[in-house]
Write a protein that binds this ligand. Structure first.
Ligand SMILES: [Zn+2]
Length: 480
């Protein structure tokens, strides 16, 4: 399909904002070229997406300014971005791709100011398009509740979590979840300790990192204090009745405060709350899981343990494994390079990751091959997450003789795997589903099926015949 024909989202946006179709088409094409140049200037990641510390450098602000040329006054820009902080030109800046900033100078010179301005405006407009007073796109309807709701949640996430915590979540559930997280962490420690191909020095250090891993589950208590919540949002002007203006105020404050927070060495709990997230923060070796995750179908206080370990437990196991995925396994507890890796251990680790890469590359979804390199980091965590949770379940609950769920005719072990699969059992439209191939996570059916086909205990639980789809002879695992 030719670029920017009627029906194209960008073209319709430009026309809705007052451009005529022919001019808009021409300007959009310039923007595409500008964007392509920006992307090409980035240094490509290594093919296996392993983090390459050699490409990250501490560069002084002065040197970086020299590299970038004169189109931007870096000092003024950074000082403003960080809420008026005053950085001297000698300040070292951790730069992941120094070459990019050199290339940027030529790109900025190549395009005139109008293209650059249009690029910036389009980025902002694209973020706001759903709440601007634009004619509704055919087929999308005129419902604006959803984008308004999403933007509110995006900017006022902490307040939303506080409301949720107060009205829905029962604090009495927390000890149970914390215990499960600890059980899963113990399994990660044991897994690393039992890994035969890790050389002693590497193994000891990784076990230590696993021991130092901590959890931050639910929400911090202060958010239920209304006056502290008011203070938290104190800098945002809420323009009564003007959603757009309020959104712009909130955007400005969010950018400023998130940058300022990057200057502090403490965990940024607030950023996590904003995203309602489940993540590993590699710079503090902490797994965060916000309170919205603790609800059906993933969690219920009276759900059988087998099911909860399979659902919430696997989510925890996935996040714990991130500390030992292809990127963060080379980092220490503070997000700094771990210099204990030996060539032999590294080669074995890479061999195992390549097995996974090939395995996912071979699968197709809606006719498109999965990208095993792009999704490697998440695949490592999916595969090991289910193992950690299952081992933790077997170690702590298999003997607890909970009654079997009536009418389901499933053993506890089978129920565990059902709990896992249900996390990824979602309905989506075909087009939306097909797009999953281009993201860092494998499409949902593969997040379950490949991880389970690689796991002997799954085949055992369901008596899968050897060499069947879900029990192939060739299995891959980075951690076992
Ligand atoms: Zn992940």
């Amino acid at each position: 399909m030719a670029m920017f024909e009627p029906g194209d989202e960008f073209l319709e946006l430009a026309v809705a904002l007052g451009g005529d179709q022919l001019t808009a088409k021409g300007k959009l094409k310039q923007l595409v070229n500008f964007t392509i140049d920006l992307l090409r200037a980035q240094t490509p990641k290594a093919p296996n997406h392993c983090y390459n510390f050699n490409s990250s450098k501490l560069v002084s602000m002065k040197d970086l300014q020299h590299k970038m040329g004169t189109w931007l006054n870096l000092r003024v820009y950074l000082n403003d971005l960080f809420g008026g902080a005053d950085f001297p030109m000698e300040t070292p800046i951790y730069t992941s791709d120094p070459a990019y900033f050199g290339a940027l100078d030529n790109i900025i010179k190549k395009y005139d100011k109008e293209v650059q301005a249009n690029y910036l405006v389009l980025r902002v407009i694209f973020f706001l398009k759903d709440i601007l007073h634009l004619p509704p796109k055919a087929g999308r309807g005129s419902r604006r509740e959803k984008p308004c709701f999403e933007k509110t949640l995006h900017f006022f996430g902490v307040a939303a979590v506080a409301l949720y915590a107060e009205q829905v979540f029962k604090l009495s559930n927390k000890p149970k979840i914390t215990t499960m997280a600890e059980h899963i962490k113990q399994q990660m420690i044991a897994t690393l300790g039992d890994t035969p191909w890790l050389e002693a020095r590497v193994k000891e250090r990784l076990v230590e990192k696993a021991r130092n891993l901590s959890f931050d589950l639910g929400y911090p208590d202060w958010i239920t204090d209304a006056s502290r919540l008011d203070d938290h949002y104190g800098k945002i002007t809420v323009d009564g009745g003007d959603f757009l203006k309020t959104t712009l105020h909130a955007m400005e404050e969010m950018v400023r405060s998130s940058h300022t927070k990057n200057l502090t060495p403490t965990p940024q709990r607030i950023d996590v709350l904003h995203h309602g997230a489940m993540i590993l923060d590699a710079s503090t070796n902490t797994v965060f899981l916000t309170v919205n995750r603790f609800q059906p179908p993933v969690y219920g206080p009276n759900f059988p343990s087998s099911f909860v370990y399979g659902s919430l437990g696997v989510i925890l196991g996935h996040e714990v494994t991130h500390a030992f995925d292809n990127m963060f396994v080379k980092w220490d507890e503070n997000g700094l390079p771990l210099d204990i890796w030996t060539q032999k251990s590294d080669e074995e680790f890479t061999k195992r990751t390549e097995c996974l890469v090939d395995q996912y590359n071979a699968r197709t979804y809606y006719g498109v091959h999965l990208n095993g390199s792009l999704t490697l980091q998440e695949n490592i965590c999916d595969n090991n997450g289910v193992r950690l949770a299952f081992k933790a379940y077997k170690a702590h609950h298999a003997e607890s003789s909970e009654p079997i769920l009536p009418g389901l005719n499933l053993t506890d072990d089978q129920l565990f795997f059902l709990g896992f699969s249900q996390v990824f059992c979602l309905r989506g439209r075909e087009g939306t589903n097909a797009k999953q191939v281009y993201t860092y996570h494998s499409p949902y059916p593969f997040r379950t099926n490949v991880s389970l086909a690689n796991y002997e205990d799954f085949a055992k639980a369901f008596n899968c015949p050897v060499n069947s789809n879900m029990n192939p002879v060739k299995k891959c695992a980075v951690w076992e």
